[in-house]
Design a protein around this ligand. Structure first.
Ligand code: ADP
Length: 370
């Protein structure tokens, strides 16, 4: 039997009408995070938080419509509550100041100042390693920092920071984990490891909402979000979910990943989030025995590319076994060797990020609900 395609699913959903608006689910842009894999279909339906459970019949109708297609093995639709349009999402935010104590809170996340994303066009380029070390370097510069791991496909912050156990909760709020002076939360602590990939897309959106708004973050100057790699629907929705002040793109020097990095840049441009800059990771090779430096293939590609694209180049980090080993040990290099060259390199990147934020005059990203 032929498996159902994404187009067929979309077409079925375009026949499901939201009685409150008279519009179908596709035209009204209510579907997000659609995943179609081997006959298993998952998606989220975005509804006004005020409508909440009243939309359950709509959810069931959507599920039934997709279920009726041939080649469908299972369907999971979840309702996700979005911020009301025209509410905080549209409210202009004053230019982000250098993340500092006097800074105003993000419009809808009490206590949290600036939120930045660390993203990459594809997996394996060192995005999580960079996010963790950047967060710790920002803390070393005196910022109050949170690290939020939203990488559904491979949440690595629990391993990188040796976090253990489920977060504590009072039934209302979750408590962030604290490690090396920063507060952390990871989707890896919230969903079971064996959750099938096909469910993760839809789940991450409600999980991100929860991690942003139901975690007792306290007072935070800069929150760093470790994004899922790639530039698909799930990533795009995430960038719209959080009031991002900017994005850091991690790339290796190889041309291929630079093409991917470019896709990442375009994704953020689409949603009007400024690019704070590109970090070239695994930029050159430092021999673990003799300390000799060797350039790797296409070294400097990210710097050239950044120049071409007119975005800042934030710095380069070598391929060094010490960076990998410290990560594997649950103590990233910035805290394992705080006076070493790598810690200095991450701090320089962190300082550039703060400078970029200080210079930025943008307004809050708009979340458009039609
Ligand atoms: P991503 O988040 O992009 O998938 P990770 O941060 O998990 O990538 O890194 C992938 C692997 O590469 C990990 O084993 C990590 O320890 C290693 N790694 C990342 N950056 C470096 C580096 N600069 N030098 C050496 N190893 C690195």
């Amino acid at each position: 039997m032929a498996r159902v395609t994404e187009d067929e699913v979309r077409s079925a959903l375009s026949a499901v009408i939201d009685q409150d608006t008279g519009q179908n689910l596709i035209d009204s842009n209510m579907i997000s995070g659609l995943v179609v894999k081997d006959g298993n279909v998952g998606f989220a339906i975005e509804v006004d938080p005020k409508a909440g459970a009243a939309k359950e019949p709509l959810r069931q109708a959507a599920e039934a419509a997709v279920n009726a297609l041939s080649g469908v093995l299972s369907v999971t639709a979840v309702l996700t509550a979005h911020q009301a349009a025209g509410n905080t999402a549209q409210a202009p935010q004053s230019a982000p100041k250098p993340a500092g104590r006097e800074q105003a809170s993000s419009p809808d996340i009490p206590g949290v100042g600036t939120i930045i994303a660390v993203a990459s066009g594809k997996g394996g380029v060192g995005k999580s390693t960079t996010a963790a070390n950047l967060a710790l370097a920002l803390a070393a510069l005196g910022q109050r920092v949170a690290l939020l791991d939203a990488d559904i496909y491979g949440p690595s912050v629990p391993r990188l920071l040796a976090l253990k156990g489920k977060p504590e909760t009072d039934g209302n709020q979750l408590w962030p984990k604290e490690q090396y002076g920063i507060k952390c939360m990871s989707i890896g602590l919230l969903i079971e490891e064996d959750t099938p990939m096909v469910w993760r897309g839809p789940m991450v959106q409600s999980a991100l909402e929860q991690m942003l708004r139901q975690v007792a973050w306290g007072e935070i100057d800069v929150m760093v979000i470790d994004m899922p790699p790639g530039t698909g629907d799930a990533q795009l929705t995430l960038t719209q979910r959080a009031p991002l002040a900017g994005a850091v793109i991690v790339s290796t020097p190889q041309d291929l990943s630079l093409i991917d990095a470019r896709k990442g840049l375009n994704m953020f441009k689409k949603v009007d989030v400024p690019i704070l800059g590109i970090v070239e990771n695994m930029s050159y090779f430092v021999c673990g025995n003799c300390g000799h430096r060797t350039d790797v293939f296409s070294h400097g590609g990210a710097r050239n590319e950044a120049e071409k694209l007119g975005v800042p180049f934030l710095g380069d980090i070598p391929l060094d076994i010490a960076i990998r080993e410290s990560s594997d040990d649950g103590k990233p290099i910035v805290v394992a060797e705080p006076d070493g060259v790598h810690a200095k390199a991450y701090q320089a990147i962190a300082q550039s990020v703060l400078d970029q934020l200080a210079g930025s005059t943008r307004q809050a990203p708009r979340i458009v609900m039609q």
